[in-house]
Ligand binder design. Sequence first.
Ligand SMILES: O=C(O)CCC(=O)C(=O)O
Length: 324
Amino acid sequence: MSKSGRTPPLPSILSQAADMQMQMTLRQVGFGAPSANAMPHVPPKPAPAPRDDSALALKRRDWLLNVMEQQRALSPYASGLLTADALSGEDFLHNFYAPGRPVLIKRAMEGWPARAKWTPDYLADAVGAAEIEYQGGRAQAADYELAKDRHKRRAPFRQFIDLVRDGGNDAYLTAYNSAANGPALAPLQADLGHPDTYLAPTPGMLWIGGAGAFTPLHFDLTNNLLAQVTGTKHVILVPPSQTHRLAHNRHVFSDVGDLTDPARLDQYPRARDVLRYEVRLTPGDLLFIPIGWWHQVRSESFSTMLTYTHFHWPNAGHENYPAG
Ligand SMILES: O=C(O)CCC(=O)C(=O)O
């Protein structure tokens, strides 16, 4: 009751109750007004240094990630890899981008001339002898992704196409080369559309390789959208909750490298029953790979693809990754 004897309006009661609660909470943590017989302030003893129990801390973190994954598995909507048809920007944001869930999006690249045109011969004629940078000498090196800079090569584009048209993993034009290739590959831009439902108008980064081109298991420090133009790719996606099974010792790479290689699985048995989703990327498919999701990609045929990172929403995870 108020002094006037009338019941104060409800919001006032609520705010008094909230004040009271806040004061009690503050008292509990030692912020109460000093009482008349308060003791002189004695600085608290410093807390004992924590034991070095990093192994236990890691076990607890992995327990938490497992429990959360088990809970997601209750719903195929929450845990499966969904395929969407002509997904709106709003639906993409709320159901996939913000929650960090992958999605395969169909029918978002209708009318791109590149889908019909980009054969090896057409590409060779369109770009001609302009020199480009690509990744080369990969067949004999196990660490060709980790040691990317050592594998940069240059060649006239037509010669590069001859290196990849019959397949193999030795040469691959990747997103890592795109900063060097803008002017040389400019004639191809007119053949491309742009998935502007999800992306700002920044050009994508081109990948061109033959059947067998392989990108080992890693995660990216940004959210990525893959746009498959021609050819097909086999992608394995693994949620971040499985990191403890993947021997994550070097930068963003897994020492396992290839989840389809029995010899690697013999060496890293914890990776055997890792939770995974497999996707076959076909021409006209967009695949959203959220930041932190492990993936490995193998081209099944001559293949052209773009990757984009300039979404309409923040995508700056790479700025503070503890790279070590
Ligand atoms: O297509 C590929 O070979 C690799 C694509 C990829 O890993 C990526 O964009 O992060």
